[in-house]
Write a protein of this length. Structure first.
Length: 341
């Protein structure tokens, strides 16, 4: 008979290092702030913060079976976060969560994303930082930066070789009630299921062409929308579920990016209702001073855990490392990334 017990883990929050600020953007002059770099959710006000959970990069202890579970065949070990205790490798997913496939490659640490994939020279210079993952916009008709001259199979292979992990971002059709004015021309049209399935297949084709192997996470970027409108929410959900199915059926891992109070809140309500075909990992935007993977107010702490969350906690900030400067969004990651062949 299996006996449930609780594991205890220490809470550790890594302090953000101070970074230089200049007007340069990588190797060239700075462009205007990208619409892609979503205006994330602001931190709760003082009255809300008093009752909010303390920031934590670790999930609360979850029930585990008495015996240790053997690692799944083919699983890629997670990359440790410097100075932060690792999860026990056998820690099971919570019963209410969604288990990642054995092929998924999990990364735990700091990541940044920026509209254009940085040059390889910048990536080499940024090894002086504590970032070890970068978000790359690899496809989708809604991208603010559709031209990605650096983003090639050779680029990903070399980046992987020197220690970088990649978070592939697909900015496809947007919700019919998307808020951003620059996304109005790429709203979901026609049958949302057909549209979602077609764009999911496109995401897989583009990822494979770049050398991202099966088991790679692909993150659908759905900008903030008014999910309180029932018809709009239903259309958006149908599109997202079809996109997820297409990605999953091809052996990839579907992820989902949105603002905490819109898309993330919407999908959490669907998760609680038992809806199927939801993303295997989520990436939520709530801009505040410190990263907090497990204290997000709209999410149950046991949902999308322990390795299926990314918190975008700051946006449009400028940092300099190794002599190269970028304008970025900051992220804390405990989630799957791309597998580079």
């Amino acid at each position: 008979m299996m006996i449930r017990r609780w594991l205890a883990l220490a809470v550790a929050v890594a302090s953000a290092a101070s970074a230089g600020v200049t007007a340069a953007y990588g190797d060239s002059a700075a462009p205007p702030p990208s619409p892609e770099q979503v205006r994330g959710e602001v931190a709760p006000g003082p009255s809300e913060a008093d009752s909010a959970p303390e920031p934590s990069l670790r999930p609360r202890p979850l029930p585990a079976s008495e015996g240790r579970q053997a690692p799944q065949p083919g699983a890629v070990p997670a990359q440790p976060v410097p100075g932060v205790p690792e999860f026990p490798p056998s820690w099971p997913f919570p019963e209410t969560g969604q288990e990642l496939p054995a092929e998924a490659k999990v990364f735990r640490g700091k990541a940044f994303d920026t509209c254009h994939a940085p040059s390889m020279g910048v990536l080499r210079n940024w090894r002086a930082s504590d970032y070890r993952a970068v978000g790359v916009y690899f496809g989708g008709r809604g991208r603010a930066c559709p031209n990605q001259p650096n983003l090639t199979p050779e680029y990903l292979t070399e980046g992987d070789r020197i220690g970088w992990n990649f978070l592939p971002i697909y900015v496809g059709s947007q919700s019919p009630c998307v808020i951003a004015s620059n996304k109005q021309n790429v709203r979901i049209t026609g049958d949302p299921v057909e549209r979602g399935a077609a764009e999911g297949a496109d995401a897989v084709d583009r990822a494979a062409a770049l050398g991202m192997e099966r088991g790679s996470a692909l993150y659908l970027d759905m900008e903030a929308y008014d999910h309180r409108k029932a018809d709009c929410a239903a259309t958006t959900l149908a599109f997202v579920r079809a996109w997820n199915r297409a990605v999953t059926d091809s052996g990839y891992v579907p992820g989902f990016y949105s603002s905490a109070s819109s898309g993330i809140s919407h999908l959490e309500s669907e998760r609680r209702a038992g809806t199927s075909d939801l993303p295997a990992a989520i990436w939520f935007a709530r801009w505040q001073q410190q990263p907090d993977l497990w204290g997000e107010p709209v999410l149950d702490r046991a949902a999308w855990a322990p390795d299926a969350r990314i918190h975008q906690y700051a946006g449009n900030v400028t940092e300099t490392h190794g002599g190269s400067t970028l304008t970025i969004d900051r992220n804390q990651v405990s989630a799957p990334v791309a597998r580079i062949g």
